[in-house]
Design a binder for this molecule. Structure first.
Ligand code: DP6
Length: 330
């Protein structure tokens, strides 16, 4: 990609769901996960971000038409500051950032992953900084670790832990069509405001007696999932996805006080996915730092899995997404 310092650029990036999750950061700076993770990028969930350089005294950030709070402005400012440093004398101008989520209305989903991947892609172009995909992924990671994966499409590995090196970038493992699958997302009632993933994983790392065992499990699961993906073994990948999800939540539940993202409806969804599997459907569950149920399915089974999850009391709607592509300028 060749880049000119036009001062304004727009980019799109897709959200991703970790099949093998990370939970907890490595000690030190740089927002590096303590364990590797492996994700699928989602075609249906898109963030579009425009960055325009201006003459303001500070950066301005607008999310879905509303001025962002101080935390988000600080995090975004850190990413923009790195790009200004790389642009050197060519730009000290502040930026106006406008970001919009093209997620189904009131889906209850938010994605820092697609947001920071789109931000880095648009801001690099606006400042005229040429970034390799590896460099874009590293910078996105500093905004939100899962965003490092949304720079790439398809199936993506983000290294973590001591073996990841000082400044890890996500690595694309396979293109979107490597497996004929879809992700069903069953959106549940939002309920009370959740603990952010950042706070939840910090508390888990600091207080959970299951945190160290979780890290060991996560490393082994990531290696096994990588091998299963390379062999295109969907059932094995699906089993590892369930295992990783349950182990992550077990470590969080054992924090003091326990970090509880799962709701009754989430567990009902997990059990239903297993029942559907016993009935012959290819589907496996996961859940992140929230109550929504996600099911990785053979594409041919996705509509039936979505219908079954959609009929569960407490599920407000479902969406089905194919694997998606990489972050790009528009
Ligand atoms: C459960 O990467 O969003 O989705 O870097 O603090 O923004 P920050 O956290 P983030 O946490 C993701 C947690 C997870 C697991 C995963 O995506 O691997």
């Amino acid at each position: 990609m060749s880049v000119t310092a036009g001062g304004k650029a727009t980019a799109r990036a897709h959200a991703n769901i970790a099949l093998v999750k990370y939970w907890g950061k490595r000690a030190g700076a740089g927002n590096v996960p303590a364990a590797p993770s492996l994700s699928m990028t989602l075609d249906a969930l898109v963030t579009e971000t425009t960055v325009e350089l201006g003459d303001g005294a500070t950066d301005e950030v607008e999310l879905d038409g509303v001025a962002a709070g101080p935390d988000a402005v600080t995090r975004v400012g850190r990413v923009l500051g790195e790009l200004r440093a790389r642009a050197g004398s060519t730009s000290t101008r502040m930026a106006c950032v406008k970001s919009r989520n093209f997620f189904p209305t009131a889906s209850g989903l938010a994605s820092s992953a697609s947001a920071y991947a789109a931000l880095v892609t648009a801001a690099a172009a606006a400042y005229g900084v040429e970034l390799s995909p590896e460099d874009a992924s590293r910078l996105a990671r500093k905004g939100s670790a899962s965003a490092a994966r949304s720079i790439h499409g398809g199936w993506v590995l983000l290294p973590g832990g001591d073996e990841a090196g000082p400044d890890p970038a996500a690595e694309p493992l396979a293109p979107p069509d490597a497996l004929d699958v879809a992700m069903v997302v069953a959106i549940t009632d939002p309920g009370p405001k959740k603990v952010s993933s950042r706070d939840g994983m910090t508390l888990t790392a600091e207080t959970s007696p299951y945190y160290q065992p979780w890290l060991a499990t996560a490393r082994a699961d990531a290696a096994a999932a990588r091998a299963a993906l390379a062999a295109r073994e969907l059932p094995r990948l699906g089993e590892l996805m369930e295992q990783s999800c349950l182990a992550m939540h077990a470590s969080a539940l054992a924090a003091r006080p326990g970090v509880i993202y799962l709701r009754g409806v989430t567990l009902d969804g997990f059990l239903l996915v297993r029942e559907l599997r016993r009935g012959g459907r290819s589907c496996w569950f996961t859940a992140d730092a929230g109550p929504h149920v996600k099911a990785l399915c053979a594409r041919a089974d996705a509509a039936q899995v979505a219908a079954a999850l959609g009929a569960l009391p407490g599920v407000t709607r479902t969406l089905v997404s194919a694997p998606g592509g990489k972050a790009h300028l528009v």
